[in-house]
Design a binder for this molecule. Structure first.
Ligand SMILES: NC(=O)c1ccc[n+]([C@@H]2O[C@H](COP(=O)([O-])OP(=O)(O)OC[C@H]3O[C@@H](n4cnc5c(N)ncnc54)[C@H](OP(=O)(O)O)[C@@H]3O)[C@@H](O)[C@H]2O)c1
Length: 195
């Protein structure tokens, strides 16, 4: 299913990610970090926030990210609409819609029956799906938790796909200070993609 992305200039993709000092997000197909409480609470609360109770948020995952964490995801995000991107699978248990491209996912949300229900779109990764979002025509905001330690990852956040980014201000970030947990330090940032 194809759609002309320039017809939808008001779409904002909110990317949410935690990466290490080398932009690593995963190692050998596994989440490589301890579960950081402040980061996890922030990720849950910001991606659930809605201002219009008749709408709901949409979360987009790559098939590998979904498979890695599907039981946790469905336990935490019970009311959100879940889209998984896959080129090889048409339907997945617990998933509201399986899309064969980012365009397919957005077109699906813009169908008259679905569009009125969407308030925010959250892109949860992994690397392939972040890349699709960053290389698309859509506006992107990146909520990044930056850990100052190298975890030896072999899957990375695709910063090289960005033409340019600008650090932005967002009062929903939990703190400007360094957070220390499990012996590691991390900070919260938000960036806007500059097309
Ligand atoms: N640190 C973080 O913030 C963070 C965030 C998310 C994920 N992760 C971790 O990252 C790892 C997975 O990331 P990943 O980059 O390897 O995989 P991924 O992006 O989650 O999933 C890749 C899969 O997405 C599908 N896909 C890719 N491009 C597509 C396209 N253009 N159209 C349709 N479907 C497409 C394909 O599924 P099919 O093979 O089914 O066709 C592909 O195998 C996991 O270990 C996860 O825990 C970390």
């Amino acid at each position: 299913m194809a759609c002309k992305l320039q017809e939808f200039p008001n779409i904002l993709l909110n990317l949410i990610v935690i990466y290490d000092s080398k932009f690593g997000i995963a190692k050998n197909d596994k989440y490589p970090f301890p579960r950081f409480h402040t980061d996890f609470e922030f990720m849950c609360s910001i991606s659930k926030q809605i201002s219009d109770p008749t709408k709901r948020n949409v979360l987009i995952f790559g098939r590998k990210s979904w498979t890695a964490d599907c039981s946790l995801i469905r336990r935490v995000w019970k009311s959100e609409y879940i889209i998984v991107l896959s080129r090889s699978i048409n339907s997945i248990e617990g998933v509201d819609y399986v899309a064969n491209s980012l365009e397919d996912a957005i077109t699906h949300l813009l169908l008259p029956s679905a569009s009125c229900e969407t308030e925010n779109i959250w892109v949860f990764g992994g690397s392939f799906i972040y890349k699709l979002a960053l290389e698309s025509d859509f506006n992107c905001k990146i909520f990044a938790t930056e850990i100052s330690h190298d975890f030896g990852c072999n899957v990375f956040f695709p910063f090289q796909s960005l033409p340019a980014i600008k650090e932005a201000y967002d009062d929903r970030l939990p703190t400007k200070d360094i957070v220390k947990e499990h012996g590691y330090e991390y900070t919260f940032h938000v960036y806007d993609k500059i097309a």
